[in-house]
Design a protein around this ligand. Structure first.
Ligand code: G1P
Length: 287
């Protein structure tokens, strides 16, 4: 069955980015010229995803407002002849069919994904953590869909991470199949560097078979009282195969100010409108 749905988790508190995220959800922080969550939607649209389920918190109005059609704004832009701006505004609201579900309590990533169970309705689906921005020629989810189509099993995106940083990630125990694909033998969430089974760390892209929901429902609260998706994946692994995929592209962790700065500089340099000017500005700086 083709993967046509994606769940985007956007209910976190963004604590690594306070105070910027006190009143604004981190997914609405701008990266170069649009909010982070729009990159996730564009990745979906460019990967053949037709329906997106966004998991948000109650009273988090900015995200829905960004993707809803704004009749008033469109009318004003039209009257003023601002056709480029109008196209940008319309692009945001035409990327996919979007529905919203709430995560009322902060009980972890596994719990956030579980909130989308009814909307996913028994289909295989992608998950995007929108603060992991992946820049590349082929969208990461599109690459992963090809792996899913080959094996008809869950796929998790992984990246080689230096040993001193593996304790921030879920780490896979891989059985290498080819240069990019490994069969997952096991998973450890945020291990001590000396106990990590490899340097292949999970980043914020997954494709799951729908059986993951039953596994999340069985998952007890683990580390820091949260329902970890990695624990649910462990349970799924006892029943189904799972694959790790080392994607092509560069990932930026925009959930932190430093990661956001790096992404802003690198994606700013590539921007078709002002990348050239930005480069000459940067080269003038005495670094
Ligand atoms: C979550 C997952 C972890 C994964 C990471 C990727 O952790 O639990 O396995 O490596 O996302 O961003 P978090 O960053 O939410 O602590």
């Amino acid at each position: 069955m083709e993967v046509k749905k994606a769940v985007i988790t956007a209910a976190g508190l963004g604590t690594r980015f306070l105070p910027a995220t006190k009143a604004l959800s981190k997914e609405m922080l701008p990266l170069v010229d649009r909010p982070l969550i729009q990159y996730a939607l564009e990745e979906c649209a460019d990967s053949g995803i037709e329906q997106v389920i966004i998991v948000t918190r109650p009273n988090q109005r900015g995200i829905k407002g960004h993707f809803d059609t704004s009749v008033e704004l469109e009318r004003i832009l039209q009257e003023k002849g601002k056709t480029d701006e109008l196209a940008k505004v319309r692009k945001a609201s035409g990327l996919a069919e979007i529905s919203y579900v709430f995560q009322e309590q902060q009980l972890g990533l596994g719990h956030a994904i579980l909130m989308a169970k009814d909307a996913v309705a028994g289909e295989p689906f992608a998950v995007i953590l929108p603060d992991d921005i992946i820049d590349g020629d082929v969208p990461a989810i599109k690459q992963m869909k090809a792996v899913y189509d080959r094996y008809e099993a869950s796929v998790v995106a992984v990246e080689h991470i230096s040993k001193d940083k593996v304790s921030s990630y879920g780490v896979v125990n891989p059985e290498r199949i080819d240069g990019k694909v490994s069969k997952v033998r096991g998973l450890v969430e945020k291990p001590n560097p000396d106990e990590a089974p490899s340097d292949l760390c999970i980043v914020g892209r997954y494709i799951f078979t729908p059986e993951i929901f039953a596994m999340i429902e069985k998952t007890p609260r683990g580390a820091i009282g949260e329902i970890q998706i990695t624990d649910a994946m462990h349970l799924l692994l006892e029943r189904q195969s799972m694959y790790a995929y080392a994607f092509d592209g560069t990932r930026y962790d925009t959930g932190t100010p430093l990661g956001m700065l790096k992404a802003s500089v690198e994606l700013g340099l590539k921007h078709p409108e002002f990348g050239v000017d930005f480069r000459s500005y940067l080269t003038q700086l005495e670094l």
